[in-house]
Design a protein around this ligand. Structure first.
Ligand code: FES
Length: 132
């Protein structure tokens, strides 16, 4: 193998490595872009509040009346894990950013709202699609 062949090979390997964070299947399997997380039976999220069981996987489930949504549990400032507050807002212990219950920034240094992830129910189970 000459120098040019080596460079092409390693460049190709690096390019492939950069794509390794792409789509993966969660516990439920899943198709399409992103990672699907099976959050269990949808009926367990019937009461209003913030469900923190998937915080370490990157999201909170929030029930507010008839609305159920998944919002990122990672601060948009520098990716610290957020804490859910009793009033259903979110607080970042790293630099003090706060977000309202819908994920909108209420105090910086974060400037971007929390991403909201796609939800769907399949066979009674709640599936959350996270970015790939
Ligand atoms: S990482 Fe959250 S405020 Fe800085």
């Amino acid at each position: 193998m000459n120098r040019q062949q080596f460079l092409l090979l390693t460049t190709g390997a690096l390019a492939t490595g950069c794509q390794s964070g792409g789509p993966t299947a969660g516990a439920s399997g899943g198709a399409g872009p992103g990672r699907v997380v099976d959050a269990g039976p949808a009926e367990q999220y019937a009461a209003d509040g913030v469900y923190e069981g998937f915080r370490s996987q990157g999201f909170f489930l929030v029930r507010n009346g008839s609305r159920l949504f998944a919002v990122s549990s990672w601060c948009t400032h520098r990716k610290c894990k957020l804490k859910a507050e009793p009033d259903h807002s979110f607080y970042c212990p790293c630099h003090g950013s706060t977000f309202d219950p819908a994920g909108h920034v209420t105090e910086g240094p974060a400037k971007r709202d929390l991403p909201v992830f796609a939800l769907r129910t399949e066979n009674g189970r709640l599936l959350v699609t996270l970015p790939g």
